[in-house]
Ligand binder design. Sequence first.
Ligand code: C5P
Length: 243
Amino acid sequence: MDKKELINSGKVKSVFTTENEDEVIIEFRDDMTAGDGARKEVMDKKGAYNATISAKIFKVLEENGVETQFIDLPEPNVMVAKKLEMIPIEVIVRNIATGSLVRNYPIEDGKKLDPPILQMDYKDDEYHDPMLNRSLIKALEIASDEEIEILIEKALKINEVLVKFFADAGIILVDFKVEFGKDKDGNILLGDEISPDGCRLWDSETLEMLDKELFRKGKDNEVMNAYIEVYNRIIPDEEKFDV
Ligand code: C5P
């Protein structure tokens, strides 16, 4: 399948139309950004690691009844996906308190959150992704009450499946962000990506960080090794790409 027209170039991914109007090609680039895109570096093969990790996670979710936009991974950094009209909400699920939660609220860093916290942020770098609530979502005409319920239900299901999936790989799923979109029939599907870019992942034994937080903290020379560690633990040898 060939790329036709570039329809969206985000901070780390480019989306192209294909000959099939219901499908897109998503190219995962080697860019890494932090601070709403204020800092940007290129990391060798990052796109391939993230696309392969994301494809694997989407397949695991599909096997567990969560519909995603994933169709195929013809190249390590190229995903064929169902075309979605994305909903501009970042749905965040937190199992352990850290990050912006402990910066903004009097809650102890590292505290277990049971039940998890579910948060919705408005996806807009210009406004620095402010937190939403139901009345804001309605006033901004982003989603209906029924759609909000679907997002919450799906995000919690994803959390349930992935906490177990990562635990089996010796990793704690601390928190993560997901995005959803509507397909041509109006069904809400998981879109975007699930990778160490948008999750906090800690080694279960050492609590060592295995995600983009390293880059946010300026540990640029450690971050790819962390991504490769996640890749090595969750991608079976026969599904690994040639490096
Ligand atoms: O920074 P904060 O603690 O709010 O992040 C919560 C989770 O959401 C983290 O896993 C982070 O990687 C993810 N996130 C993201 N994109 C954003 C904001 C948060 O992937 N714009």
